[in-house]
Design a protein around this ligand. Structure first.
Ligand code: ADP
Ligand code: ADP
Ligand code: ZN
Length: 235
C-alpha cells in the first residue's frame, strides 16, 4: 500500500542541511495525543502498513532508566513527577536514534515531539508527512492509564477492562506470560501528565495544522475503527 506522499522539499526551508543526521528522502509520521490516547497501541497495529519503525521517546527513556545511564538518571525524576524531560535530553536521544539503519526511510514517532522546541529540532532532522492526532477526552484518560499493562517480552499493550489478553496471563502476540505496569501509571501522576500535555504539547496542534499535515482522529472508539481511520489519513 503506497501511503506516503512523494518527497517534497519545503520552499521555506533550506535545501542544504548542516545537520549531519539529516537524510534526504526521509519522511516520518508523528503520532500525537494525550497520555493514554492509544498512540502505542495504534503504532503497533500500523507498523507493517507504514513500513516505518515505531520510535517512542517514553520507551527509550524507560530503557535508559533501567540501564542506569546518565540520561536515565536525569530523566527519572521528571518521569516520576509526570513532568516533561528537558528538551535537549530528548533531542539528543532522537538525533542518535535517527542514525540507525532502520530509520533510513523515516520513522513513526510516538510521544515526540511534545514541545515547540522539539518540533523545531525535528524539522531539521526529518520531513514530517503526517501528524496523526488521536483525541480522547480528559475524563477517559485516568481509566485508560490506570488499567494499562504491557507484555514484558514483546511490548504489546493491554488494558484490564478495555483490552485484556484473550487467554488469561498469555500475550496474544508472542505467547509470553510476563507482564509489567509502569511506575508512573497512577492516578496522581496522570494529572501532572495531562497538565503538561495541555500546557506544553497541545500548542503544537496549531503549529502542525498551519502546515496542512494535521489529521484529527476520534480516539474514543473501538481500537480497530481508529486504526482504519489512521490508515485512511495516511493514504
Ligand atoms: P499512549 O501510547 O497514547 O500512552 P496506549 O496505546 O498505551 O496509549 O493506551 C493506553 C491504554 O488504553 C492501554 O491500556 C490500551 O490497552 C488502552 N487503549 C488503547 N486504545 C484504546 C481504545 N480505543 N479504547 C479503549 N482502550 C484503549
Ligand atoms: P504517555 O504518552 O503514556 O504519557 P510516554 O511513555 O510517552 O507516556 O512518556 C512517559 C514520560 O516520559 C513522560 O511523562 C515524560 O516524563 C517523558 N517523555 C516521553 N517523551 C517525552 C518527550 N518527547 N519530551 C519530554 N518528556 C518526554
Ligand atoms: Zn508479548
Amino acid at each position: 500500500m503506497a501511503i506516503l506522499r512523494p518527497s517534497v522539499v519545503s520552499p521555506t526551508r533550506p535545501t542544504v542541511k548542516t545537520e549531519a543526521v539529516y537524510a534526504r528522502g526521509m519522511e516520518s509520521i508523528v503520532l500525537f495525543g494525550p497520555p493514554g490516547a492509544g498512540k502505542g497501541t495504534q503504532a503497533q497495529r500500523i507498523m507493517d502498513s507504514t513500513g516505518l519503525p515505531q520510535v517512542s521517546t517514553g520507551d527509550m527513556l524507560r530503557a535508559a532508566v533501567s540501564a542506569g545511564t546518565p540520561t536515565g538518571i536525569e530523566a527519572k525524576k521528571y518521569m516520576d513527577a509526570g513532568q516533561l524531560v528537558p528538551d535537549q535530553v530528548i533531542i539528543d536521544l532522537i538525533k542518535d536514534r535517527i542514525k540507525e539503519p532502520d530509520a533510513k526511510k523515516g520513522v513513526m514517532f510516538d510521544g515526540f515531539p511534545r514541545t515547540v522546541p522539539q518540533a523545531e529540532a525535528l524539522a531539521d532532522i526529518t520531513t514530517v508527512s503526517h501528524v496523526i492526532s488521536i483525541e480522547v477526552p480528559d475524563e477517559r484518560i485516568v481509566d485508560r492509564i490506570c488499567g494499562r499493562y504491557t507484555c514484558a517480552v514483546c511490548g504489546a499493550v493491554y488494558h484490564d477492562s478495555f483490552k485484556p489478553t484473550s487467554k488469561d496471563g498469555t500475550c496474544d502476540s508472542c505467547g509470553g506470560n510476563e507482564f509489567k505496569r509502569r511506575a508512573d501509571d497512577n492516578a496522581e501522576t496522570v494529572m501532572s501528565r495531562l497538565e503538561a500535555y495541555h500546557n506544553q504539547t497541545s500548542p503544537l496542534a496549531d503549529w502542525y495544522d498551519s502546515k496542512g499535515i494535521f489529521h484529527v482522529i476520534n480516539g474514543d472508539r473501538a481500537i480497530n475503527l481508529i486504526t482504519n481511520d489512521i490508515l485512511d489519513a495516511l493514504k
